[in-house]
Design a protein around this ligand. Structure first.
Ligand SMILES: Nc1nc2c(ncn2[C@@H]2O[C@H](COP(=O)(O)OP(=O)(O)OP(=O)(O)O)[C@@H](O)[C@H]2O)c(=O)[nH]1
Length: 194
């Protein structure tokens, strides 16, 4: 079993990603999460892995609960919305929350969600890649709505957790870390939010 926790600002799509991955379902409405746990088995390189996905609240008023959900975590998906620059800036805060609360050396993935909203994309793929590379994180862009890269995001984190379990912490070579962005969508769009 693998414990993964989803963190990031409210409204970036954490619940939607978890539900798309575990139930092939996209919720069109937003019900602020306090906490939810979803599960799904995925075969990674011949091994059945039970993913236990802890979906946490993005809202500030629940921030004090976060350390509870990060305890003993194997991996964390730090999610931002590619159409919301603030949600990307706040990733640094989420990174320090994870590093503070999680014991050991959890695998961290930077996930830029909502890539289907092409005309409103304002966080470029290069910005995401650069931050991930500086922080030693996997990087991937997803759309919980279309399903684009959603399974891939969880799969890559799972693969990395297995690798660290086998080879010990610090075994990751992030010079070759995963980068799955929308390569042609790097330009800031005119409708960009601030
Ligand atoms: N277009 C688009 N909308 C999305 C996508 N992912 C989520 N949404 C929408 O964004 C809104 C917020 O999604 P949630 O999954 O509830 O966000 P959250 O991060 O879990 O929010 P909190 O629980 O408040 O932390 C919902 O209306 C979703 O339908 C996506 O990939 N594309």
């Amino acid at each position: 079993m693998m414990k993964l926790t989803m963190v990031g600002d409210s409204f970036v799509g954490k619940t939607s990603l978890a539900l798309q991955f575990t139930q092939d379902f996209f919720p069109h409405d937003h019900k602020p999460t306090i906490t939810d746990i979803e599960t799904r088995v995925l075969n990674i390189e011949g091994q059945d892995v039970l993913f236990q996905i802890w979906d946490t609240a993005g809202q500030d008023k629940f921030r004090s609960l976060l350390p509870l959900y990060l305890r003993g975590v194997d991996g964390a998906l730090l999610v931002y919305d590619v159409t919301k620059q603030d949600s990307f800036k706040n990733i640094l805060t989420w990174i320090s929350e994870v590093r503070k609360a999680a014991s050991g050396n959890p695998v961290m993935a930077l996930v830029g969600n909502k890539t289907d909203l092409k005309d409103y994309k304002c966080v470029t793929t290069q910005d995401g890649e650069q931050l991930a590379s500086e922080q030693g994180m996997i990087f991937i862009e997803t759309s919980a709505k279309s399903g684009h890269n959603v399974h891939q995001a969880f799969f890559e984190v799972g693969k990395e957790v297995l690798k660290r379990t086998k080879n010990g912490p610090g075994s990751t070579d992030f010079t070759d870390h995963v980068k799955v962005g929308d390569k042609d969508k790097n330009k800031r769009q005119s409708g960009c939010c601030s």
